[in-house]
Design a protein around this ligand. Structure first.
Ligand SMILES: [Cu+2]
Length: 93
């Protein structure tokens, strides 16, 4: 029983720790990418966010795959950046 309590405590600590910040990769579904010049615009809007380390845009699939440090930015900021550039997006489920 004691071991179980210790384990539960450890899990709780891990889950709430700020040290759990990590590099994450998310795929966004991006609207309005209708021609070849749209991809670079979307890519640029995401690349200049602090904390973003890599961006792969597929105009054909209407997606942007973004690698970022979740201590520095968030999916909310990524979505805001593409939306402000004229390309509303959402996290692909
Ligand atoms: Cu275009």
């Amino acid at each position: 029983m004691k071991q179980l309590t210790l384990l539960a405590t450890a899990v709780l600590l891990f889950a709430s720790s700020p040290a759990s910040a990590a590099i994450r990769t998310v795929t966004l579904t991006v609207e309005n990418m209708t021609c070849v010049t749209c991809g670079p615009v979307v890519k640029k809007s995401l690349s200049r966010i602090s904390g973003v380390t890599a961006v792969e845009v597929s105009a054909e699939a209407h997606t942007a795959t973004v690698t970022y440090d979740d201590a520095k930015t968030s999916t909310k900021a990524l979505i805001a950046a593409t939306t402000n550039a004229g390309y509303p997006s959402q996290v692909r489920k």
